[in-house]
Design a binder for this molecule. Structure first.
Ligand code: ATP
Length: 607
């Protein structure tokens, strides 16, 4: 890798404007916080610093020994000295490399342990975040912070920190050694190195900008290919007769790509010309100055001394370059840290009450008293919702799509907190009940059933860790899924696939019903799926739910007449308010929203 390209973080040493915008203000507290992660490993850190110092000093020694090899061995024609210094040089190089191995082990160890702590802390924190956090943040962004941002931090600890240290030490040792020999040549060296490093950096930057442009063009071309060569894309192209248009679009992008590629390749050539010229000019200048000094002014300066100077000068190029890039690496690392801290600093919206109440012998009496709620203050979702669910009874919630039905049930296990009014469980405000107990008492079968990748057994045990096979089979029987399971070769150990994709929608629903039965909460909540299932599947689910509705305290968001009829009371929600309530007969007779829904929707869905 040519110097100047790619910093110690393994990424480029130049920042995009987007990256520059993300650089946080580097404050003392940010630094303290970053270093607090390293604190538990301070002993290892000290050891690592010592090893880095040792290894980089030792690795500079062979360059210094070149002087001895030339002066004592070659010029004096002393074979013993020659062999001695060569062997010594070899030994020192080997020693430095071995210490380097030990040091990189310790560094990796520190980095792994630090990021292990950070990952765990982040995961635990994210688990506590409220539902709103997950609905309002992009899932990709959450995963990126957990994975590549923390990986970045790992690279910072393994590479950036140690590279700053080892490069600085190499430079210091080289400079001290140069000044000890001859201050004039040493000062010349100090002037030459940046003369080489700065143009190299400039050339690298130009090349990098071109690479960025080429990358963007490439993405554009790939976009065109993806859009037009996919099955549905091609269909659209054909149906709209856009073949020529697409061809022209592709050709245009392709032509721009050629120009960029040529420019980029040529910049590469210039880049290497610049590097090799400057790399060679430096030593030549030193030979010239050293030669003049030796011949005209300083008879004590030896050929060996001049060779040492040249050897040390070339050794300084790499470290100087890396140190010039350090600022970018440093800023990038701080941006990573602050992205991670940004999440860690978010307070979970729903928290355990300060003095949590534990309900002895829960009954499942739920009362909504004048509840109002919004996700976003601009738009009220629920207004003045009041109802009571008595133990052993069931309520069906019906209403047009988007009227706020799912929102009502989300307030019971405190996935969100009410904005106004109260929700009580057995007479206690849900905000005061121990969160774990509250959620244990409420079992929700949601519209979108989610199964973890694993077996049916794994998914069932999620509800009750110590469930026996008999209990699981019993639950599956009640949920009407056991005949399916028993026909599977592996029975309960059948793999459900990623998110349960190997099962049909109806099967997934019934497994999630079995899961809730195993959990055996005080209150059952069903958010009936609106998505179409065939009527046999629907019936099987219906057969599983009906007995639960009849015998347990339950709330169901219903779209089908038969489910609605099984409930003791019906609440009709419209625009976030309870528009009507009563029994099926009463509501049909009233001739309002319910009757309309009945005619347009329920009758159609009736068995
Ligand atoms: P459906 O029968 O279609 O499931 P619903 O009656 O259950 O609808 P809700 O899911 O409660 O309706 O949604 C009520 C309103 O709140 C909708 O307008 C929806 O767009 C909005 N909403 C739902 N979830 C969120 C959220 N997480 N953030 C912001 N708005 C939301």
């Amino acid at each position: 890798m040519p110097p100047g390209m790619g910093g110690p973080m393994g990424r480029n040493s130049y920042m995009t404007d987007e990256e520059k915008a993300k650089v946080p203000k580097i404050t003392r507290s940010l630094l303290n916080r970053v270093f607090s992660y390293l604190k538990p490993y301070r002993l290892q850190l000290i050891l690592s610093v010592l090893l880095i110092a040792l290894s980089s000093s030792l690795s500079t020694m062979p360059s210094i020994l070149t002087g001895k090899i030339i002066d004592e061995g070659l010029i004096k024609k002393d074979l013993n000295s020659l062999i001695f210094y060569i062997l010594m040089s070899f030994g020192l190089t080997l020693g430095a490399s071995l210490i380097g191995v030990a040091q990189s082990f310790i560094n990796t160890w520190i980095a792994q342990h630090t990021t292990y702590d950070m990952r765990n802390q982040m995961f635990r924190h994210l688990q506590m975040m409220s539902q709103r956090f997950f609905t309002s943040n992009n899932q990709g962004d959450i995963i990126t912070r957990m994975t590549s941002d923390i990986d970045g931090v790992e690279r910072v600890i393994t590479n950036t920190f140690s590279s700053i240290l080892s490069n600085s030490i190499t430079l210091i040792v080289a400079l001290v050694a140069m000044y000890q020999r001859n201050w004039v040549l040493a000062t010349l060296g100090i002037i030459i190195v940046p003369l080489f490093a700065i143009p190299t950096r400039k050339a690298g930057e130009t090349r990098w900008t071109l690479t960025q442009e080429a990358q963007a063009k490439n993405d554009e071309i790939n976009g065109i290919l993806n859009e037009t060569l996919s099955v549905s894309g091609q269909l659209l192209v054909k149906l709209f007769g856009k073949e020529k248009y697409e061809y022209r679009r592709y050709r245009r992008a392709n032509r721009k790509m050629i120009k960029l590629n040529i420019k980029q390749n040529m910049a590469g050539r210039w880049f290497f010309v610049v590097i090799s010229t400057f790399t060679n000019i430096g030593p030549m200048l030193l030979y010239l100055a050293g030669g003049i000094l030796m011949m005209k002014y300083d008879s004590e300066l030896t050929v060996g001394d001049i060779s040492v100077m040249v050897a040390l000068l070339t050794r300084m190029y790499g470290p100087v370059n890396s140190l010039l890039n350090v600022q970018v690496d440093w800023m990038r690392s701080m941006a990573l840290f602050s992205r991670i801290f940004e999440y860690l600093d978010m307070k979970p919206e729903i928290e355990e009450p300060e003095n949590p109440v534990r309900i002895e012998d829960p009954k499942g009496n739920i009362v909504f008293d004048n509840v109002s709620f919004y996700y976003d203050p601009e738009r009220m979702i629920l207004k003045n919702i009041s109802f009571e669910l008595k133990p052993g009874k069931s309520i069906a919630i019906v209403g047009p799509s988007g009227s706020g039905k799912s929102t009502i049930i989300n307030l019971i296990p405190r996935l969100y907190d009410v904005v106004g009014g109260t929700v009580t469980f057995d007479g206690v405000n849900v905000k005061d009940i121990e969160l774990g107990q509250l959620r244990d008492q409420v079992g929700i079968v949601s519209q979108e059933t989610y199964l973890f990748n694993g077996t049916i057994r794994d998914n069932l045990l999620y509800a009750k860790e110590d469930a026996t096979d008999e209990e699981m089979i019993e639950a599956c029987r009640k949920a009407n899924i056991y005949d399916f399971i028993s026909t599977q070769e592996n029975g309960l150990d059948t793999v459900v696939g990623n998110r349960g994709l190997k099962l049909s929608g109806g099967e997934k629903q019934r497994i999630s019903i079995a899961r809730i039965l195993l959990k055996n909460p005080t209150v059952f909540i069903f958010d009936e799926a609106t998505s179409a299932l065939d009527s046999i599947s629907e019936n099987r689910i219906q057969e599983a739910i009906d007995p639960i509705i009849k015998s347990k305290t339950s709330i169901l968001i219903a779209h089908r007449l038969s489910t609605i009829l099984a409930a003791d009371e019906i609440l009709v929600i419209k625009d976030g308010c309870i528009a009507e309530r009563g029994s099926h007969k009463e509501l049909v007779k009233a001739g309002g929203v319910y009757q309309e829904l009945y005619e347009t929707q329920f009758e159609k869905n009736a068995d």
